[in-house]
Write a protein that binds this ligand. Structure first.
Ligand code: SAM
Length: 297
């Protein structure tokens, strides 16, 4: 049985041991999401209620590639590249060098499918992006900043590896400004606990971090209306999952490169309440999906 009450210790663990908690979480649930969602662990922007999911993803990616001015980029970095599908798309659209980094080895175990001379992947932590020893002129981070233990420090470190004029595209899972503690506790904390998220940032705080780290803000848009069909789809997929899944599916879903034991089963089970709480969070408007396009001065 799950409870809504989250102990502060959970969030401290997610912050202090984020590398371990994120790795374990994706080792347990990565393949489950690939099966019930798709290979891109981010949202598609829908133009209307009739557009197919496939077309929405295609148009979303086209928009992101243009925003990054991918054709002209010589050194491109995807932070938290996950299973590598979007990194592969980046490499397809430029003759420049493309690097995808992620902290999860189970996620990266899927990137071997993509082979291009200008494409590389590395097991690496965003919080140590400066240790790559490289500068970039296009950087993208989709649906992953919420896992970072210190958002402000992350923006500073990312800024330090970007050339003047370089663009950063960030798709963030933010919380609405001005929520009170009971609203956060009842709606946001449960899903954060199930997803190993240490904290959620407000859009305005990101704006401050960009401004303090030598970025010009080109565009900052709340996309909740355009992504609504994603969380409906997520919720329906969770219902489908609960009808079809059984304990015998667990060994097939959990990544074999890590010993998770009963924690793997728990993490898989928790994706059901996570999907429910995410839908509630978006329906209430407490969760905001925000597009930030910024340029280094
Ligand atoms: C929801 S998935 C998104 C993956 C990919 N951006 C996509 O859209 O398909 C979140 C990803 O963030 C990665 N991640 C979380 N914290 C990270 C960190 N500190 N450094 C690198 N990757 C991280 C996870 O391993 C996971 O692959």
């Amino acid at each position: 049985m799950f409870t809504t009450k989250t102990h502060p210790k959970d969030f401290r663990y997610f912050k202090e041991q984020y590398d371990e908690s994120v790795e374990r979480m994706f080792a347990a649930v990565g393949d489950l999401y690939a099966e019930y969602w798709n290979d891109f662990f981010h949202f598609a922007l829908f133009q209307d209620e009739h557009e197919s999911r496939e077309s929405a993803f295609e148009n979303t990616h086209k928009k992101y590639l243009e925003a990054l001015r991918i054709h002209d980029a010589r050194h491109v970095l995807e932070l938290a590249c996950g299973r590598g599908s979007f990194t592969n798309l980046l490499a397809e659209h430029t003759s420049g060098e493309v690097l995808g980094i992620d902290i999860s080895r189970s996620q990266l175990s899927h990137v071997k499918r993509f082979k291009r001379p200008n494409l590389r992947f590395k097991h690496h932590d965003i919080m140590k992006v400066d240790e790559l020893g490289q500068m970039f002129d296009a950087v993208v981070l989709m649906d992953a900043e919420c896992y970072l233990p210190d958002k402000q420090l992350a923006v500073e470190k990312i800024s330090n590896v970007m050339n003047p004029g370089a663009r950063l595209l960030l798709l963030g899972w933010c919380k609405q400004d001005g929520l009170n503690s009971i609203q956060e506790e009842l709606v946001l904390h449960p899903f954060m606990k199930y997803w190993a998220i240490p904290s959620l940032e407000t859009p305005d705080n990101y704006k401050k971090y960009f401004e303090h780290n030598d970025f010009n803000i080109i565009e900052m848009t709340d996309l909740n209306n355009q992504v609504k069909r994603n969380w409906e789809f997520g919720y329906e997929s969770a219902l489908k999952g609960i009808k079809m899944l059984s304990f015998k599916d667990v060994p097939r879903l959990v990544w074999k490169g890590m010993t998770l034991g009963s924690e793997g089963v728990r993490l898989i089970k928790e994706q059901f309440p996570a999907a429910v709480y995410i839908k509630v969070g978006y329906d209430l408007g407490f969760l905001r999906y925000v597009y930030f396009l910024v340029e280094k001065k």
